[in-house]
Design a protein around this ligand. Structure first.
Ligand code: HGA
Length: 609
């Protein structure tokens, strides 16, 4: 989603800020802008489209100045056009960038209009800069004016404010949208994600909910929600992968698909010993907190939700505990029941997914025995606010369509199944089978990647299709859902997934030669049932693509193409069958010429509700 970069330095900062925005581009956005203070005046450039357009505009008309703010916008209020792009400016004096949604913007807008302020955009954000300008009339500093402003805001914000009359300072405030302060030598930076600032610093402090900070070249002063001066620990960045590098690959998505063996090896590293998954994989307190778990409630959105759905089969089948899985935006707005000895597990690549974070906060109020997050971002809000964290160590994921984060989440959830199961009497043989399976995942995924060429050829069949149906059973049903989601996200083909037993309850009506049907068919105890469903499709003239185990005994013919998937055990089958789904969507998107890494209308790290 939106990206923020800001700087107070002794050198010109426009280039640093643009590079920061470039590094956040992967999140998806529709317009970009930058404002700097130059000789006591605000200079602003904004463009609809890519950061490249903004950069070109600044190259032809350079912006000089050591204090500045920049933004990539993913519109929530007001069209993606130039006048709605950030930074917004009040009375030629105060400039603001903002991530999030100001829910009481209508009321504030009316009040500010009454005070004589003119609005030049349709955004909710613009109320912030006029309010700061108004508050400055009765407060002695920009800090105090911003503190008074945020008290009037309802909703979510990560915001940075500068004042042209004071080029020594920026004020940053956070509630619901992440902000990080970067510490340099005689200069300071701010961003919505540390990735933006890695070229200039590796020392970061993460603001906490309600914090407001005054950032000058020499000092950073942070105040909590009550206005008390506080310190936030400055940490060296643990980010090891350079987000800016696509390497030999044409797209980040393809790079990340191919990184999966390495990402899985990283996530397993040091977490299995003597044939057992170590409790410490989930943090220092895990031994105590996971002891008497009898129920697991998983909360997530999108791809992470599909990982949770697969884990429900595992936790109930193998660990012997009950498990519910729910979409965060539903969970947070309904009354749910708390089972005794319940563990709440949130899953989020970024650790900042707004709905998931809100669900975690609600669950803490409800009194869950313990909370855990499965997350790829150290220091993120979900990690900080959960009792336990499984750090995915998948490396930065840049492609908006999640790939390696999903398979690493599956591995983490299988480890959780082993630990919860062990505490619940899982027999040692089963534990050993799970750990062996975990350890052979990287090599098996490498083999599955060998399907790439065959799938690239197959993808040609999909290029003129408008719809596709994905079928699976058991823990392959969520994999079918993930396959359908990937195809939708990056090739814009309408795709739906069904548990194949559901076919005759409706979707069979859709079957004809224009509706390709993708079937995930590992060799498991549901295979014979799945075969009956395949026959139901065949009898109605459907065209099928069956991803199957070599022992499943499917044969290609006029109505069915069989793609043999490397043989694998039941513990890793969901993960292995994900690989061909990822490759299929990637190759279809390539043929269709869509923007693979930044699909239209989508954003990564969904920090608004
Ligand atoms: N509400 C603001 C900012 C949107 C945002 O944070 N997107 O991720 C706007 O629409 O400009």
């Amino acid at each position: 989603m939106c990206g923020i970069a800001g700087a107070v330095a002794q050198r010109d900062v426009a280039e640093i800020l643009i590079e920061g925005l470039r590094r956040l581009e992967y999140r998806g956005y529709d317009s970009a802008g930058v404002a700097v203070i130059n000789g006591g005046e605000l200079q602003r450039t904004r463009r609809v489209g890519k950061v490249q357009e903004l950069s070109a505009a600044i190259e032809s008309e350079p912006l000089a100045g050591g204090t500045g703010i920049a933004h990539t916008r993913w519109a929530t209020h007001g069209e993606p056009n130039q006048s709605n792009a950030h930074p917004h400016i009040s009375t030629d004096t105060i400039a603001v960038v903002h991530n999030g949604i100001i829910e009481n913007h209508v009321k504030l807008r009316e009040m500010l209009k009454g005070l004589g302020y003119c609005f030049s955009s349709d955004t909710d954000t613009e109320v912030i800069c006029h309010l700061v300008h108004h508050e400055l009339k009765s407060h002695s500093s920009l800090l105090a004016a911003v503190q008074a402003t945020v008290k009037q805001l309802e909703g979510a914000y990560g915001t940075v404010v500068i004042d042209k009359t004071d080029n020594e300072r920026m004020i940053v405030a956070r509630s619901g949208s992440p902000l990080v302060i970067g510490y340099g030598l005689g200069e300071h930076f701010v961003a919505s994600d540390q990735l933006a600032l890695l070229p200039v610093t590796r020392s970061f402090a993460f603001l906490e909910e309600g914090d407001v900070a005054e950032v000058t070249r020499r000092e950073v002063n942070i105040f909590d929600v009550d206005g008390n001066a506080v310190t936030r620990e400055i940490k060296e960045s643990e980010v090891t992968h350079d987000a800016g590098d696509k390497g030999e690959y044409r797209h980040y998505m393809l790079k990340e698909i191919y990184e999966q063996p390495r990402a899985l090896a990283h996530t397993l590293d040091g977490r299995i010993a003597a044939g057992q998954v170590l409790d410490s994989a989930f943090g220092d307190n895990a031994t105590k907190l996971l002891k008497d778990i009898k129920h697991v409630q998983i909360i997530a959105c999108g791809t992470s939700y599909h990982a949770g759905m697969a884990a429900r089969y595992w936790l109930e089948d193998w660990a012997g505990v009950s498990c519910n899985v729910e979409i965060a935006s539903e969970f947070r707005y309904r009354k749910s029941h708390l089972f005794p000895n319940s563990l709440l597990v949130t899953i989020s690549q970024s650790g900042e997914t707004a709905d998931t974070l809100a669900a975690l906060r609600l669950a803490k109020e409800m009194g869950y025995k313990a909370t855990m997050t499965i997350c790829n971002a150290p220091g993120s809000s979900l990690v900080r606010e959960s009792d336990m964290a499984y750090m995915m160590k998948a490396g930065a994921e840049i492609g908006v369509a999640s790939t390696k984060a999903f398979t690493v989440q599956l591995a983490g959830l299988l480890m959780l199944t082993a630990v919860v199961g062990r505490n619940n009497g899982m027999d040692e043989g089963l534990q050993a089978q799970i750990t062996q399976s975990l350890q052979s995942m990287p090599a098996k995924v490498e083999q599955a990647l060998g399907l790439d060429d065959a799938i690239a050829e197959l993808a040609e069949d999909f290029a003129d299709k408008h719809h596709a149906l994905f079928l699976g059973r058991g823990d392959q049903y969520p994999i079918a859902m993930e396959g359908a989601l990937k195809l939708k996200e990056i090739s814009y083909i309408h795709a739906e997934a069904y548990a194949s037993g559901e076919l005759k309850h409706g979707p069979l009506a859709l079957i004809d030669a224009d509706m390709p049907v993708i079937v995930v068919a590992p060799n498991n105890e549901l295979l014979e049932k799945l075969k009956s469903n395949v026959e139901e499709v065949r009898a109605r003239g459907g065209l099928m693509y069956v991803f199957a185990d070599r022992d499943a005994q499917f044969e290609s013919d006029d109505t069915m193409k069989v793609i043999p998937v490397p043989h694998c055990d039941e513990f890793m089958a969901a993960l292995i069958y994900t690989i061909p789904m990822q490759l299929l969507s990637y190759h279809v998107a390539l043929i269709k010429g869509t923007d693979v890494d930044q699909p239209r209308n989508l954003a990564k790290s969904v920090t608004v509700e």
